[in-house]
Design a protein around this ligand. Sequence first.
Ligand code: AMP
Length: 408
Amino acid sequence: MSFNSLGLSDALLKAIEKKGYTKASPIQEKAIPVVLDRKDVLASAQTGTGKTAGFTLPILQILSKEPKYRKRPVRALILTPTRELAAQILDNVNAYSEFLDLRSMVVFGGVNANPQIRALRNGVDILVATPGRLLDLHQQNALSLSRIEILVLDEADRMLDMGFQRDINRILALLPDKRQNLLFSATFSKEIKKLASGILRNPVSIEAAPENTTAEKIDQKMYRVDKSKKTALVVKLISEGDWKQVLIFTRTKHGANRLSEKLVKNGITAAAIHGNKSQGARTKALAGFKQNKIRVLVATDIAARGLDIPLLPHVINYELPNISEDYVHRIGRTGRAGASGEAISLVGQDEVSYVQGIEKLLGLKLPKETIEGYEPTFTIDTKPVLKNKQSGKSTSRRNKNYNRGRKR
Ligand code: AMP
């Protein structure tokens, strides 16, 4: 569907045209009219579906049509789990509001708060924030949240995974009761459903992809390989395939550093991105990757969350995530905005139970292959995945409980 029939103003259509979008994505087609209608929204959408424009465009339209307050209090608050995602959303907001008289800014932790405090003093209509820094700034009286009209919880599942539930509750208590709420999540656990029912009023449910399923256009493969041969196999796949832009996931920060160093030693430009890296180093690595100066970005789940890398052709799971939902998030980095992509997982002997959890969550069996010269010394049980008989719980849930509280 073209953007023209969604009820957006000329100023927004002009910005969309400048971005080069010709058609609204399914989530945009569904979300934009509903948000313009001032309804609450519960949206199931992964990164890569165009969800950011799906909520940003109508918010900009709503705010630009309202009379402005002299002091410009924050009227729309977009909460996101990570700094990178927050920065990316602001980039989107800025691009779409180019022809409107609206001010936006982003606040996140890990950087000096003083410039943020100074900027907030000038007034801002739309604030993109991570929960912790937002609360810090509020405590310091750097901003008021009493005029919020629209609240967006983006990647709500990840915010809960990262332990932001309490911060979110504290933020909600600071907001006016009468407001519009939009909640976006890639997966829908019991916790997310509970959060949604506590916040949303008569929400319209919107789905961009079926619940807990992976985009159809992603070609998913699993290679069985011994742990000791994983790095050599990665080097082979990237070199022989002549892959130019590859995102690799590791389970730990240390593992990300180690793999990145080994790739560089093998003549493949690479950088690691994870929570121990400074904001500057993370931004630089991401920029280098986007500009094709770095072929491989090695990331942990949290660092990679929401990275906006258009048309990423290859994702490799160097290690499988022990939380099955993370697999869905990871491979969501490929096959973006309608392009096809490939997600490869290297499965070691100790990761077989993760495969079962993932297949259970996806409701499908994934092909498991071996590569000549890298044949494993173990096999994977290929029986259909059934519910765990003893607990009745799915494997993914068991993994989640087992790993609760771990750090990435
Ligand atoms: P998102 O899911 O919001 O992170 O968006 C994923 C990517 O798709 C971003 O690079 C957007 O700039 C891009 N995008 C969003 N909407 C469209 C559209 N209608 N047509 C083409 N690309 C889009």
